[in-house]
Every structure is written in C-alpha cells, then in structure tokens.
Design a protein around this ligand. Sequence first.
Ligand code: ZN
Length: 351
Amino acid sequence: MGPIRATIVGSLPKPGWLAVPGILQAPWKVSAAELPEALADATRLSVESQVAAGLDVVTDGEQRRRHYIWGFLDGIAAVDTANLSMRPTRGQRFKKEAPVARLTGEPQWPGPMQVEALSAVRALTDRPVKVTLPGPMTLVDSLHDEVGRHSTADLAMLFADLLNREAKALAEAGAAVVQFDEPCFNIYLDQARDWGVAALARASTGVGTKTGVHICYGYGGSEVTDWKAANRDWSHYEQSLALVARTDIDQVSIETAAVGVDIGVVELLRGKDVLLGLVNVGDERVETPEEIAGGLRRALDHVEPHRLFACTDCGLVLRSREAAAAKMRALAAGAAIVNRELTCVAGEVSP
Ligand code: ZN
C-alpha cells in the first residue's frame, strides 16, 4: 500500500431486492420481519465490493438507512421520519420544496444507533471503517420544526450535542473515522460562518478518533446535475474550506469531478487529510485510472501524499451497482498509478 489511499464518501447503491434502485429515500422492499437479515446481507455485499475494488478505508455503504440523514434521525425521540412534511431546503437551489422529517418535541438521543452497523462491518474486514453522520447544519435544514421553540442556530447546537454523543460511541466501538456530511456549507455561506462551523466543531469535540467533514454540491439526481450544468460560480469552497481549515476536524472531503472547481483549492486545507472527489456520482460513465491519477498529481502540489485520498464526489447511492463497482476500482487503480510514481521518484533520490 502506498501513501495515497482510496475510499468513498459513504453510500453505495442498494441491491434491487432491498430497495428501489436509482431514487433517494426509497422504501424497503422486504417485510419488517425479513429486514434485519436483508440489511445484514446488503451490508456484506457492500463491504465485499469495496474490498474487491481495493479501497483502503471502507463504509457500510449506508445500506441500513433509507436516507443519509435518516440513519441518525430514525432513532431520535420526537422526530418523525414516517409522516413527512414539505419545506424549502438547500436554499431552494435544486427545487422549491423537499420532503423532510418532522420535529414534534424535544429531541433525545436514545443511545448508540449506528454502532451495530459499524460492528457488522468490522466483523467483515480488517480495513479501517468510516461511519458517516449528517452534520448539524444540514440536519436542521432537512427537518421541519413543529415546536418552534428554538432558532435554527440553537436547534443545530442542540443536535450537535446529540451527534457528538453518537460520534463518541462510534469511536469507542472502533470507527477509524467519523465523518459529518455538510453540503449546506456550500449553500449558506454566511450562516456557516456565523454558526454552522461552530455547530460542526461542537459535534466533533472530544471524539476519540479521526473526524471528517464532507462538503459537496449534492447527489447525482437530475435536479442536482441540471443545476451543476447551469452554474458558473464555483467560489463557495474558497469560503467554506477556509472556515473548516480553522477547526480541529482531521479530514475534509470535497467534490471536483462534476463541477468547475479548481483542484488547487485544496491549498486551503494544508495540514488536513484531503478526500479528493475525482469520481462523478451523477452519471454511469466510469472514470479511467489515468483520469484519477491526473487529479491526484495536481493535488500533490498542495497536499502531502500520506494526507491524500482518491475519493468520490459524493455518495454513489443513485448509480447502478455495476457502475459503482467500476468507479471504485478506478479510484484504487488511479491511486496505485501515482503511488508507483512516488516510489520511483523516491528510489531515484536515494538509491
Ligand atoms: Zn455529498
């Protein structure tokens, strides 16, 4: 294994027998009685596909959650993820309103919710395991507060405390990385500065393992890919990454494949691990290993090799399983190309 490693943001497509492929928030296809066994089987397939592709850090593929935010919200008391509400989300960047969970009382953490999934993955592989949680700012942007006692910022801080308890439990149970997903940092730049980054810092305080944040421009659905195709201003990372750079967060995952972001923006993340998005999650075309290698070489002007990871732009949940597997293989192969080049250079200077 060379210094540059390969991994994914978090999610992978679910098997067609578990949930309808190609859509977000897909309902389970199996009965409640069959669900535990089905989720265990899907998790095993997901981990096997990552190991077979050659990834160095694996996840559970988010097989056990219907949506990346609901994996956390499903267990929180006073949050309803069954009877949804509609509200504007994501600054209405992609659509006017989206279905969201409802907050009906004071949210309570019921005890570890994702430790069981983590343990299932750790029983399947010796590779380091990353667990993803929603970031507090993105979480409250995906929630309809029917109580209305708190400001949005206060509600984010409240959820940051609950996320912190889950993150600490995951670290104790052996997670190599706990990653918070904060796509909203590239949308609400002022709020991210005013309280979003503070909420993230609160969620990650004292977690006894590496912490990360994933900041992207959204999944690969058509509303998002249409927005990406039409958008011309890609300056958001200049602000969001500069804010995150000042926190104790260890890793930052960013998107560069499907958007007009210059890879040189990672200069802002000196001293942190960089998960560089080099795989477009919005189409089925499989990147070549040489394309991946090219992106990694450009990042090496700004990131030390042992801090650099070849990664996806975002979750692969909407892709076909075939394309997802091939994209993961391309990530590992691209990292291997550049690792060989680094070994050759090192060999030349110290024969
Ligand atoms: Zn993302």
